[in-house]
Design a protein around this ligand. Sequence first.
Ligand code: NAD
Ligand code: DAU
Length: 340
Amino acid sequence: MKSILVTGGAGFIGSNYINYFLNKRDDYFIVNLDKLTYAGNLENLKPVENKKNYVFVKGDICNRELVEYIFERYNIKYVINFAAESHVDRSILGSAIFYQTNVIGTNVLLETARRYEVERFLQVSTDEVYGSLGATGLFTEQTPLSPNSPYSSSKAGADMMVQAFYHTYGMPVVTTRCSNNYGPLQFPEKLIPLMIINALNNKKLPVYGDGMNVRDWIYVIDHNIGIDLVFNDGKIGEVYNLGASNEMPNIEIVKLILSHLGKGEELIEYVKDRPGHDRRYAIDSSKIQKELGWKPQYTFDDAIANTVEWYLSNKEWWGRIISGEYQKYYSDQYSTRIKG
Ligand code: NAD
Ligand code: DAU
């Protein structure tokens, strides 16, 4: 059986990916290597934890000996690298761990993958590497990298390293760059789950700046279907953008969540802006649509309703999260932002 090393598989997108993948195929063995940072949660993987073609390894992608041991022990021939520090606000509070995991960790994986002659290395990247758009235009795969936050600069560094390993060593790499994801199992530091949970708890909803920054939202399952296509059929050395053409200003999303929950807009509180806040992201995904036949399967209206419903039905999942380390993060991030 072919073995895939999936890193960061206990996080939001990675756990959705493993659950989706193992539900439809049993011809691969998945090794999930995850450090279980604050964002990693083994509860996310309940549906697959007893499968014979799945194993979890707790560990750091920066740990060369461990990574090498895994390649040897499981005869790894494929890598999908989800593992990352992923939250922009945390990267502004402290950047070092972002460069450590996202850049050095990717280097450890690439070097080991090269030695073990993997057949495919998929780097899960982000549209944030392209920087910020003005009122018009879309990010294409040709848009120059121009990252603005510690998070996005660390991801851009990793992307460039992946391309360098292709050009220099002919490594069989592919890269995906996706826009903002939402859906079940997203850690409640990100906009959508944070707003749902605050509203359910009748807490203020902290909207940065004027609330008119635009993000291009995609349901996590659509992202993962795209990753799967690129993993199987993407052309070596190529980058594929993924996005569902669903641009929305933040304030609109926040108001929509309130209306889904039957809560009033008095909960909204405009707070001090994120430093270096990118104004607008929007993705041109025509390449993956034309070349690999991908297209989003979920409409925003249906998928946001599913997502709100999931958080309503899984209060224990997020209740455990927000009662722990989250409290300290919330206070560090938000106590000095409130205006006035
Ligand atoms: P997440 O923060 O929910 O999960 C990250 C996972 O990586 C966690 O399980 C964490 O424990 C693990 N991890 C962190 N450091 C590690 C290390 N050193 N070694 C091993 N495991 C480690 O993130 P996410 O939102 O699921 O994002 C997954 C990937 O997708 C990231 O690479 C991110 O840059 C990319 N991405 C995210 C989005 C989005 O909207 N969330 C969009 C595009 C791309
Ligand atoms: O575009 C893809 C990226 O999307 C991924 O690479 C990142 O991993 C992911 O975190 C996400 O980054 P953003 O910074 O766009 O997502 P976030 O959910 O943090 O914020 C979305 C928008 O909402 C952004 O304009 C900031 C704003 N915001 C966010 C929070 C947490 C608020 O106004 N208030 C908040 O409390």
